[in-house]
Design a protein around this ligand. Structure first.
Ligand code: SF4
Length: 421
């Protein structure tokens, strides 16, 4: 079936879910391409992040004359879409393309199905840090300008011992893009991070900041490493809420993070199924262990509060499958049942999990080993279950991700918060 017909069919089959979510998840899965004409517009260019998120190889993306926008927002068109923010993932072979036809439009094949805006350049961009780097090299904006995002540690030690997560391309991202960022190495100096967040905080659109990075295998050292960033930033900017991504740290150390200013904590579990966790995230499995990871996550609620502990799942990796990796679930219902079990376990203990839609990056282990992506329907089934469990348990949306709802959410890499409450 042609892509557009297929999308319309899926929208009809899921009448209780916003059409915007169907389109958004499909674009996140397939990536998107941009004509050269479209890229003549002015916008916020895609910056350096933890992963590339692109289905295309970095060399192909680099060959573009201009860097693509960080995010797009689709709206209107024949489907009357509400404004929906979507992370740009570059794919030359995507069925989705942004072209300039009087104005920017989203095409599926030959059909224009939505109007497109590119995310505007934040007002703090272009300012210089004390080492001469531009602020956006250290604290670029995501969530349509609402979150200043810092990748403090741009590599991950699990890669050194062949224990990297199989969906992840962090070290390959650094090899491809990190070296060309002048004045910034694998470890971004904490003083620069504090300077950058201070500059970003002067932009009234910026509502929070996020500190993230690769893992330091020794959990004590990792805690100390990220604590120093928090303290340094909060000395200069105490008014901006902070999100923190780390491994599931020992519970005893978490109050120090709370006192240092962390509001929202993300010990990302990635996948719920026990066997898949050990296969897909061997570093996390062997260095912390799944049961301990979950125990620490649940305990963290006592420190940060309900709604403020939100481990991420890379939605869809539980369906990863290829001859080299014949372990993922083959049926949507089995995959959703497994992850739903995790959502329920966590929500019944006051944890609010969140999602990123899996992007199959070619230099990740999964990309190299040719695994297949899940069908679109998997995401719709999963988010439907999430919505229902959230209602059943009376849980808030994960805090720290901004306002939820169709036409409202700015979460770029998943449609789960574009659902009705
Ligand atoms: S912990 Fe896993 S996902 Fe995170 S940076 Fe390391 S390898 Fe990548």
């Amino acid at each position: 079936m042609l892509m557009l017909q297929y999308l319309l069919d899926v929208m009809d089959r899921y009448p209780d879910l916003p059409r915007e979510v169907v389109l958004k998840e499909s674009i996140l899965l397939h990536g998107i391409s941009f004509s050269d004409e479209a890229l003549k517009a002015s916008y916020q260019e895609k910056a350096y992040f933890l992963f590339t998120f692109d289905p295309d190889d970095p060399e192909r993306v680099k060959a573009r004359r201009k860097v693509i926008p960080q995010e797009i927002r689709v709206s209107g068109g024949p489907l009357g879409l509400r404004p929906t923010v979507i992370q740009s993932r570059h794919s030359s072979s995507s069925p989705f393309k942004v072209e300039l036809q009087d104005s920017l439009k989203l095409f599926v094949g030959k059909e224009a199905i939505a109007n497109v805006e590119f995310v505007p350049r934040p007002s703090y961009y272009g300012k210089s840090l004390s080492n001469g780097s531009r602020v956006e090299e250290v604290a670029p904006a995501i969530y349509w300008g609402e979150t200043a995002d810092v990748t403090a540690y741009r590599i991950c030690e699990y890669w050194n011992v062949n224990q990297q997560c199989k969906f992840c391309d962090i070290n390959e991202n650094f090899k491809a893009w990190g070296y060309i960022r002048k004045g910034i190495g694998a470890v971004v100096p904490k003083e620069l991070v504090a300077e950058a967040i201070e500059l970003a905080s002067k932009d009234s659109n910026v509502k929070r900041y996020l500190i993230t990075g690769g893992t330091i295998r020794d959990g004590v050292k990792e805690a100390e490493f990220y604590l120093q960033y928090m303290r340094q930033v909060e000395e200069r900017v105490s008014s901006l809420p902070a999100r923190l991504n780390t491994q599931a740290l020992r519970v005893e150390v978490l109050p120090k993070f709370y006192e240092a200013g962390v509001d929202y904590y993300h010990p990302n579990l990635e996948v719920w199924d026990e066997r898949l966790f050990s296969l897909i995230s061997p570093g996390k499995s062997q260095n912390v262990g799944r049961d301990e990871w979950i125990r620490r996550t649940v305990e963290a609620v006592r420190v940060f509060g309900v709604g403020n502990v939100s481990p991420n799942f890379v939605a869809g990796i539980e369906m990863a499958y290829s001859p080299d990796f014949p372990y993922g679930f083959r049926r949507i219902e089995d995959a959703v049942k497994s992850t739903a079990e995790g959502i329920e376990y966590l929500m019944s203990r006051d944890v609010t999990p969140k999602f990123d839609t899996w992007g199959l990056e070619p230099r990740s282990w999964f990309g190299i080993h040719g695994v297949s992506l899940p069908p679109l329907e998997y995401y719709l089934e999963l988010y439907r279950v999430y919505r229902d469990l959230r209602r059943e348990y009376g849980m808030p949306w994960p805090r720290g991700l901004g306002d939820p709802g169709p036409g409202v959410s700015k979460v770029p890499a998943s449609g789960f918060m574009d659902l009705e409450g």
